[in-house]
Design a binder for this molecule. Structure first.
Ligand SMILES: *[C@@H]1O[C@H](CO)[C@@H](O)[C@H](O)[C@H]1NC(C)=O
Ligand SMILES: *[C@@H]1O[C@H](CO)[C@@H](O)[C@H](O)[C@H]1NC(C)=O
Ligand SMILES: *[C@@H]1O[C@H](CO)[C@@H](O)[C@H](O)[C@H]1NC(C)=O
Ligand SMILES: *[C@@H]1O[C@H](CO)[C@@H](O)[C@H](O)[C@H]1NC(C)=O
Ligand SMILES: *[C@@H]1O[C@H](CO)[C@@H](O)[C@H](O)[C@H]1NC(C)=O
Ligand SMILES: *[C@@H]1O[C@H](CO)[C@@H](O)[C@H](O)[C@H]1NC(C)=O
Ligand SMILES: *[C@@H]1O[C@H](CO)[C@@H](O)[C@H](O)[C@H]1NC(C)=O
Ligand SMILES: *[C@@H]1O[C@H](CO)[C@@H](O)[C@H](O)[C@H]1NC(C)=O
Ligand SMILES: *[C@@H]1O[C@H](CO)[C@@H](O)[C@H](O)[C@H]1NC(C)=O
Ligand SMILES: *[C@@H]1O[C@H](CO)[C@@H](O)[C@H](O)[C@H]1NC(C)=O
Ligand SMILES: *[C@@H]1O[C@H](CO)[C@@H](O)[C@H](O)[C@H]1NC(C)=O
Ligand SMILES: *[C@@H]1O[C@H](CO)[C@@H](O)[C@H](O)[C@H]1NC(C)=O
Length: 786
């Protein structure tokens, strides 16, 4: 209805343009950035004249994009090659006879095809929906701007699974900015700073309720109704913002703005008005992580927000609030001419990077220890430990009620302006570098010693690390079982995966492809780590460190790696039966009860090995059915160690920011408590419930009271209606009750009450009665809404 109304209205307003508007643009047409003669145009209008494709002013030059032309306040909704510099006034956009859109500027020497289109377009069209489309000779759409969104989503455009909107630098600069909105595979719509891993550690908003997993997409309709649905349409629809059917003639657009806030704007076409904000998220303007830049934190003001520097820091660019802050002295050199003090900033959280742990039992002692340590620039006193931190502080935020205190070293007196100072400091630098080199050598040596020790400590089913040099025939890739962790070149992996042809799945940080080595005899899985992620290196190292030295029949085996130029890949044994999620949630594949119990025991064995038989202890941190793979004998193996945490030999708990996957993370992550191996026990408990019931832990396709599996399981347990959990499948009642109790013990809120993995396995294997789990007293914490 409203569409028609809007359309009629617009047609009325823009009749003149509509008549001249070309519905199909043909090769040979061109646009010029500036109107040199009366016969040229700088844009192509949509039939109603509402949208235009063409040149618009950007900085000192011009950019090509789509903008709302039919309102006084021209609004850019899409930009071609947004990160390219603007083009000068002589630029021409040429729709060439071979079907390319080529941007040319003699002055700048530009001659570039701008849309990453397949070429061969025979016509183009700027549609009234705001979509710019290229067609081939069969009249099929070969390219459309709706599939390549920048920061804006228009009505009838969809944000498909694993696609993003990325904010612009500012209102006037449409290059890629600092925040993104992602339609996640797990069905949540979430926001992150650009360049961070997509884990809840970095996310700053999600819609709180997932759409259908694997293929949810975001929709905006003409009434401003914002919702998630799936490939199957409105089945399993999740509302994000209710539309407004009463007011007609509103034009909507959804945009992630430069400040990291997602806003739904509306514009009343009847009036000359401006855009007004209909809905926005998150409510907290300071929520977008890293909004203020490095070493700075955001404070709310009545209308907006302000950026403050840490004590002893000053803003890098006074006129730009988010430029971040830097120190006006260097702390590391411990200049005698300086005096230092430690200043505390209350209620702060940031991306922790533990450099070392100083022994101090109080905050005051922690301050003193940092002051005495030349290398210490800042510290945090937490859980009775004094942890030094290195600069810069990323994602620093204030959060009331958080007891974290950042302790910052601040220099107070200015250094003397003695001429010798620079010479002296050069000398200091040399001394420091020499000692750093020495330190590094010591580290390497101790690393080797530790490494051997760890290998030995894991020896139960330990792995031979000695590379037995085997002659490979004619350079063919032969992987013998004894040769562990072989190093591959990128070209080799390209070859064995047939140019990364067959995708097996997606893990944290990367896509997994199928490959074959040894003349196609041995199948392998190759994980290519995402190039864009800054944390790729950490992930790579973690996986190498963690699974490179473990060997257990319930852990997926790492065979090799590739560390070739910028490429980081990991090579695993191939698991022919896919993931547990795959078989559990596909009705035709569901294993029977006894098979499911064997799977549960195998997972428990794998986790037990990580927790108790490895030195150092390993917390997996991301136990979920997607990370449990099934080999050809349906033996379950744990994979994806990218988020794992290694505990130091004497450590039993660790402090780290939240990792893992929603639905499976233990409540203590949200409470900012130290985490222990019990977080894996919690995740295992959730997975065990899924194994019992053959359904996902969150599922909105079932009755509302059953949607959250853990709550429903408690309910069924308390009412003595466990049969409902297995859909009245024929199973041993006694065993069902025992296994359900194990799961409920595992997901208790209080970590110390949860059983160890050893006990869990004994309970799963044994036949003894298991005491009833205590009832739950603490309500679940809701992620994102603290
Ligand atoms: C420019 O646009 C006008 C209408 O706005 C149209 O009549 C004319 O044909 C266009 N010129 C070219 C060269 O496309
Ligand atoms: C837009 O911002 C980017 C990134 O900050 C910068 O490199 C570019 O020069 C800016 N463009 C204009 C036209 O100001
Ligand atoms: C468009 O490109 C073609 C081939 O590159 C060229 O012959 C033609 O002159 C160009 N048109 C304009 C207006 O520059
Ligand atoms: C742009 O490049 C194409 C082929 O790459 C060439 O044919 C054309 O002449 C070039 N145009 C200009 C203006 O340099
Ligand atoms: C292409 O499709 C449009 C609309 O579907 C139609 O108006 C047009 O005539 C078609 N063109 C050709 C060449 O088939
Ligand atoms: C747009 O993307 C969807 C989903 O990836 C794809 O099915 C469709 O073919 C794409 N359309 C065009 C014209 O590229
Ligand atoms: C969605 O469609 C797929 C394939 O058409 C089907 O297997 C699946 O059960 C459908 N899901 C729902 C919730 O209808
Ligand atoms: C608006 O209209 C649509 C379809 O006409 C309907 O599905 C939706 O529930 C309506 N929304 C409200 C808030 O009335
Ligand atoms: C809109 O603006 C135009 C000129 O800018 C003016 O003539 C017209 O009266 C205005 N209409 C309304 C409804 O304000
Ligand atoms: C902020 O709001 C409070 C109460 O609403 C008011 O008392 C205060 O003056 C305001 N501060 C500023 C700077 O506007
Ligand atoms: C920080 O917290 C401590 C104790 O909670 C308090 O004594 C101190 O005044 C606070 N500092 C600031 C700057 O608010
Ligand atoms: C750094 O700046 C602060 C004030 O912002 C000042 O008190 C301090 O003396 C300065 N330190 C140095 C080393 O310049």
């Amino acid at each position: 209805m409203a569409t028609i109304f809007l359309f009629l209205l617009l047609s009325a307003i823009f009749t003149a343009e509509a008549q001249s508007g070309q519905s199909r643009i043909k090769p040979g047409s061109f646009l010029t950035a500036t109107l040199t003669t009366t016969t040229t145009n700088s844009s192509w209008l949509s039939p109603s004249g509402l949208y235009a494709f063409g040149f618009y002013k950007q900085g000192n030059g011009y950019a090509v994009g789509i903008f709302v032309e039919g309102i006084p306040q021209k609004t850019v909704v899409w930009t071609a090659n947004r990160d390219d510099p603007p083009v000068p006034a002589d630029a021409i956009l040429n729709f060439t006879s071979d079907g390319q859109l080529v941007l040319q500027s003699a002055q700048q020497g530009t001659n570039k095809s701008i849309l990453e289109s397949p070429g061969g377009a025979t016509s183009a069209s700027m549609l009234d929906s705001g979509n710019f489309v290229l067609y081939n000779s069969n009249n099929n759409t070969i390219w459309q701007s709706f599939n390549h969104s920048t920061d804006t989503l228009l009505p009838s455009q969809q944000l498909l699974v694993q696609s993003e909107l990325k904010s612009s630098v500012s209102d006037s600069n449409h290059s890629t900015g600092r925040f993104l909105l992602l339609m996640q595979q797990d069905g949540y719509l979430a926001m992150y700073p650009v360049g961070t891993p997509y884990t809840i550690e970095y996310g700053y908003w999600d819609n709180g309720r997932p759409g259908e997993t694997d293929n949810a997409k975001l929709n905006l309709d003409d009434n401003g109704h914002l919702y998630l649905d799936s490939i199957n349409g409105t089945a399993g629809m999740v509302d994000i913002h209710q539309g407004d059917n009463s007011t007609k003639g509103l034009l909507y657009l959804l945009r992630i703005d430069a400040d990291g806030i997602l806003r739904l704007y509306s514009h009343n076409m009847d009036q000359n008005g401006t855009w007004s904000v209909t809905w926005s998220q998150p409510d907290d303007k300071c929520a977008p992580k890293g909004l203020c830049g490095l070493n700075a934190y955001c404070v709310k003001t009545n209308q907006s927000f302000d950026c403050n520097c840490l004590p002893g820091f000053a803003r890098i660019n006074q006129s730009e609030m988010s430029s971040g802050c830097e120190r006006n002295f260097t702390a590391e050199s411990c200049k005698a001419s300086m005096t230092y003090t430690m200043e505390a900033v209350n209620n702060t959280i940031w991306e922790y990077k533990n450099i070392s742990v100083l022994s101090s039992s109080t905050q005051e002692a922690c301050k003193a220890a940092c002051l005495q340590d030349c290398k210490c620039e800042a510290a945090v006193f937490i859980d009775g430990e004094c942890k030094t931190q290195s600069l810069p502080f990323r994602f620093l935020t204030l959060r009331q009620g958080d007891s974290n205190v950042a302790l910052i070293k601040v220099g107070i007196s200015t250094p003397t302006t003695d001429g010798n100072v620079s010479k002296k400091s050069k000398k200091e630098v040399i001394i420091i570098s020499v000692s750093l080199v020495a330190f590094a050598i010591v580290l390497v040596i101790s690393g080797v010693v530790m490494y051997r020790y760890r290998v030995w400590a894991c020896k139960k089913e330990s792995y031979q690390f000695i590379q037995k040099k085997k002659k490979s025939n004619h350079g063919n890739i032969v992987l013998s079982e004894e040769v562990s962790l072989r190093s591959f070149t990128y070209a080799e992996l390209e070859q064995v995966t047939d140019n990364f042809k067959e995708e097996l799945g997606r893990g944290s940080f990367g896509i997994v492809y199928k490959g074959a080595i040894g003349d196609g005899k041995k199948l392998i899985a190759v994980k290519r780590l995402d190039k864009l992620l800054a944390d790729r290196e950490r992930e790579f190292q973690t996986e190498m460190k963690v699974i490179g030295r473990t060997h257990h029949k319930n852990l997926v085996q790492l065979l090799g790696y590739c560390h070739d130029g910028p490429n980081r890949l990991l090579v695993y044994e191939y698991m022919s039966n896919g993931s547990l999620a795959d078989i559990l949630f596909t009705p035709e594949k569901q294993p029977c009860w006894d098979e499911r119990m064997e799977i549960a025991r195998n997972i428990a064995r794998g986790i037990l090995y990580l927790h108790e038989e490895c030195m150092p202890q390993i917390i997996h941190c991301d136990i979920k059915p997607q990370n449990i793979l099934m080999d050809e004998n349906m033996c379950a193996k744990i994979s994806d160690f990218g988020l794992s945490k290694l505990l130091k030999p004497d450590e039993t708990k660790t402090f780290t920011d939240i990792r893992g996957t929603r639905g499976y993370v233990a409540p203590e992550w949200h409470r900012k408590m130290a985490v222990t191996v019990k977080v894996d026990v919690y995740s295992f408990g959730i997975v065990l419930l899924e194994i019992i019931c053959c359904r996902k832990c969150v599922d909105y396709n079932v009755a509302e009271e059953e949607a959250i599996l853990e709550e429903w399981a408690y309910h069924c347990f308390e009412c003595g209606e466990l049969g409902k959990l297995v859909n009245e499948e024929e199973v041993d009642k006694k065993q069902l009750e025992r296994i359900t109790k194990v799961a409920l013990w595992c997901i208790l809120y209080e970590p110390s009450l949860r059983p160890s993995m050893k006990k869990v396995l004994l309970m799963l294997e044994g036949t003894l009665d298991i005491p009833d789990p205590p009832s739950r007293s603490i309500p679940p914490s809701v992620w994102g809404n603290e």
